[in-house]
Design a protein around this ligand. Structure first.
Ligand code: AMP
Length: 294
C-alpha cells in the first residue's frame, strides 16, 4: 500500500494504471476510520482493480463554530484500517496541497476563511435549504468542492459513499449528473454498533452513557420503518408514536421525510422516501436515517 501526499504524483500513478486498462475505485473520507469506512473500502475492493482511499479533513465543509480543529486526526490508525481492507493507495494531502491559499503553519481554525478565497462548487438551494443544510450553511458546497477535486485527481470509475450521510449522497449523485461527471456513485449501507448506533468518527466525543442514550435514535427509526411496513403512512401519527422510544437527553434538530432521489419533502411516508433525523446528545450532533421501500 502506498501513501501519496501530492496530487501531481497521484495523477501520474493513476494515468499509468488507466493506460494498463485498470479500473479505479475511490473512497473519500476525513479519516478516523471505523467499520463504516471499511465497508466502503471493502465494496471498492470487490468491484475495482485499484482502490484509492483519501484521508483529508476538509476545511471548506466546516462552519466557523464547528469542530474543524478538534476533529480526530489519527493517521497511523487509518493506515492500519486501509491496509487490512486491501486498499492500494491512501491519498493524504496537506490542506495547502488541496487549497493553495491555506497556510499549514497557521492554527487550524485561522484557515477557515480559505472558503472565500477558493473556487467553490455551488450546490443549488433546493438541495441545501433543508435537513443538514439548514444548520450548516455552505457545508455541501465544501463537500462538493473537495469531492470534485478528488474526482479530478483520481479520475475514478466508481466512487463510494455511505447512506449514513444520505443528503450528501443524493447531492453528489445529482452533482455528477448535472456537471457531466462520468463516475458511478455507489451508496453503501449504514454500519452500526450492536446497540444500533450508527458508526461515526464523531462518536468518539460521546461517553459510554451518552452512546447508550444516542442508540435510542435507531429505535425511533426502526419503529418508523416497522409502522410503514404495516401500512401506516401518516407522518404525524408514525412520528409521535415512534418518538416515545427516544431517550431523555436527546434534542432533536429535525425529523423529516424526503424523496430518495430529489430530496423533496414528502407529505406522507411513501415508497422510495427516507426518514432522516439530526439530534444532539450533549454538544455532539448526530445524524441517522432509514430508507423506506415496500
Ligand atoms: P467521513 O469520514 O465522515 O467524511 O465519511 C466518509 C464516508 O464514510 C462517507 O461517505 C460517509 O457516509 C461514510 N460513512 C460514515 N459513517 C458510516 C457508517 N456508519 N456506515 C456506512 N458509511 C459510513
Amino acid at each position: 500500500m502506498q501513501v501519496i501526499t501530492k496530487a501531481k504524483e497521484l495523477n501520474q500513478i493513476i494515468k499509468k494504471y488507466k493506460q494498463e486498462g485498470k479500473t479505479i475505485g475511490l473512497v473519500p473520507t476525513m479519516g478516523a476510520l471505523h467499520k463504516g469506512h471499511k465497508s466502503l473500502i471493502d465494496a471498492a475492493r470487490r468491484d475495482c482493480d485499484i482502490v484509492v482511499t483519501s484521508v483529508f479533513v476538509n476545511p471548506t465543509q466546516f462552519g466557523e463554530k464547528e469542530d474543524f480543529d478538534k476533529y480526530p486526526r489519527v493517521f497511523d490508525n487509518d493506515k492500519e484500517v486501509c491496509k487490512s481492507a486491501g486498499c492500494d493507495i491512501i491519498f493524504h494531502p496537506a490542506p495547502s496541497e488541496m487549497y493553495p491559499e491555506y497556510d499549514d503553519n497557521r492554527p487550524l481554525k485561522d484557515n477557515l476563511h480559505v472558503k472565500s478565497l477558493s473556487y467553490i462548487v455551488k450546490v443549488p438551494e433546493k438541495y441545501t435549504n433543508r435537513l443538514c443544510g439548514k444548520s450548516r450553511p455552505g457545508h455541501f458546497d465544501g463537500v462538493c468542492t473537495i469531492v470534485s477535486k478528488l474526482f479530478h485527481i483520481v479520475k475514478p470509475d466508481k466512487a463510494y459513499f455511505g447512506q449514513k450521510d444520505i443528503q450528501q449522497l443524493i447531492i453528489i449523485k445529482n452533482m455528477c449528473k448535472n456537471l457531466n461527471m462520468d463516475i458511478d456513485i455507489q451508496g453503501c449501507p449504514i454500519v452500526r454498533e450492536d446497540s444500533g448506533l450508527a458508526l461515526s468518527s464523531r462518536n468518539s466525543y460521546l461517553s459510554e452513557a451518552q452512546k447508550q442514550v444516542a442508540s435510542s435514535i435507531f429505535k425511533v427509526l426502526s419503529n418508523i420503518e416497522l409502522m410503514f411496513n404495516e401500512g401506516k403512512t401518516d407522518k404525524e401519527e408514525v412520528f409521535s408514536e415512534s418518538l416515545k422510544l427516544l431517550a431523555d437527553g436527546i434534542e432533536i434538530e429535525y425529523l423529516e421525510v424526503c424523496d430518495v432521489n430529489t430530496l423533496d419533502y414528502c407529505e406522507k411516508i411513501i415508497h422510495n422516501s427516507f426518514v432522516a433525523i439530526a439530534a444532539k446528545v450533549g454538544n455532539v450532533r448526530l445524524i441517522d436515517n432509514v430508507v423506506l421501500n415496500r
